[in-house]
Design a protein around this ligand. Structure first.
Ligand SMILES: [Fe+2]
Ligand SMILES: [Zn+2]
Length: 384
């Protein structure tokens, strides 16, 4: 029982049920106008609720209900739900531009003062650039006090805490200064593969880089370039060059874990593939070979297919044209989408003081939507 609509044939739906319409009444008493939450108990509505009268109006449909309530539904709201695709649902999918090595010549950036300004324009630009490129640099950031970097990141959303802490400011122990400070290179990886909900954004700010005490004053503070690889670009490349390998890495579920810290043993609630897709579209990359658990064996020979696919993936990630190398420097904060972009670094000498943090992906998306799109469009995107 419900109301039938005369709509174009390509609409998958022509009919909306009474109970669904009544449950989704848009009136100010049914939807709390402060919280936008449902303001009544759905199950107080009789199961046999139905319209006693319907009125077709220029702006929409008015319904008088058998329980005495009256509702009005705008045409654009109704058509959203009769449409094949939701009328407005911004996702990063529609925004992305893949990057390779050459983006290092002209990386996306915004200034610190624009992000900190009271209007939201700078935050809109910052989040839009992360949505598009997967990363952004914030230039001219004060670097005497890490608190400025923290305030900058909090313009996007609150900092996410993990078993390592929240916002961090790391300087190696100078009591160890007579041992040569050589810090190893790290291959491209994503962080926190071991959470059900891996860290969304990650930020780094190199506050200072000085020679270790007693080291050569020029050569003692070298290296430590940052590496960024577009994981979605790499996944597309894999799909093109070796569809079978792509299929394996996007379907074979793998165990990830963090068990190194005393009293900590973290793993996602289920196994996840390296390349996660949603309805066929790239959604998230999980790749840190060090945090990978033991692969489930499956039928004889099956596991070898995964290793061969992962070998191809690893080879693509290490291609020169995939690797974007950028020198971090004080004042330049790197913020990237850890669900898409892999990071690493080259070996370095000397003492680096770095601060940074994680931010949840949902909170980043919320900030991006609310600073880049009108409020009524954002609310429309909240699926019934
Ligand atoms: Fe990392
Ligand atoms: Zn109502």
């Amino acid at each position: 029982m419900g109301i039938a609509f005369k709509v174009q044939d390509d609409r998958p739906r022509k009919f909306l049920e009474w109970i669904w319409l009544r449950d989704n009444c848009r009136c100010a008493s049914c939807v709390n106008q402060d919280t936008m939450q449902r303001n009544f108990n759905t199950f107080d509505i009789p199961a046999d609720i139905h319209a006693t009268e319907t009125f077709l109006e220029d702006a929409g449909v008015r319904i008088k209900w058998s329980d005495g309530h009256e509702s009005f539904y705008h045409w654009n709201w109704l058509m959203t739900y009769l449409a094949r695709d939701w009328q407005f649902n911004p996702t990063l999918k529609g925004e992305r531009e893949m990057f390779g090595a050459s983006i290092a010549n002209d990386p996306p950036q915004v200034t610190y003062s624009s992000v900190m300004a009271s209007d939201k324009g700078g935050v809109a630009e910052l989040t839009a650039k992360i949505a598009k490129y997967g990363f952004v640099f914030v230039t001219e950031t004060p670097y005497e006090d890490p608190a400025d970097t923290k305030r900058l990141l909090e313009r996007i959303a609150f900092i996410r805490e993990t078993h390592y802490g929240g916002f961090y400011d790391f300087t190696p122990d100078l009591a160890m200064a007579d041992t040569a400070y050589t810090n190893l290179a790290l291959p491209a990886h994503t962080d926190t593969t071991y959470f059900s909900d891996p860290a969304g954004l990650q930020a780094f700010h190199l506050l200072s880089h000085t020679p270790a005490p007693g080291a050569d004053s020029v050569k003692g503070a070298e290296g430590g370039k940052s590496l960024l690889v577009d994981g979605f670009h790499a996944a597309q490349t894999l799909k093109r060059e070796n569809p079978e390998a792509y299929k394996i890495l996007s379907t074979k579920n793998v165990r990830w874990h963090a068990s190194g810290n005393e009293g900590i043993s973290i793993g996602p609630y289920r196994r996840f593939p390296v390349i996660e897709t949603v309805e066929g579209s790239l959604f998230r990359i999980r790749w840190n070979n060090d945090d990978r658990g033991v692969l489930p064996l499956g039928p004889a020979g099956e596991v070898v297919k995964w290793y061969n696919a992962a070998r191809k993936w690893d080879e693509i990630l290490r291609r020169k044209d995939m690797e974007c190398w950028i020198q971090l420097e004080p004042g330049k904060v790197l913020i990237f989408d850890n669900w898409r972009v892999l990071h690493g670094r080259s070996a370095f000498e000397g003492v680096r003081r770095i601060c940074g943090a994680y931010i949840n992906h949902d909170d980043f998306i919320s900030r991006w939507k609310n600073t880049n799109f009108p409020k009524e469009h954002v609310l429309q995107s909240v699926r019934g």
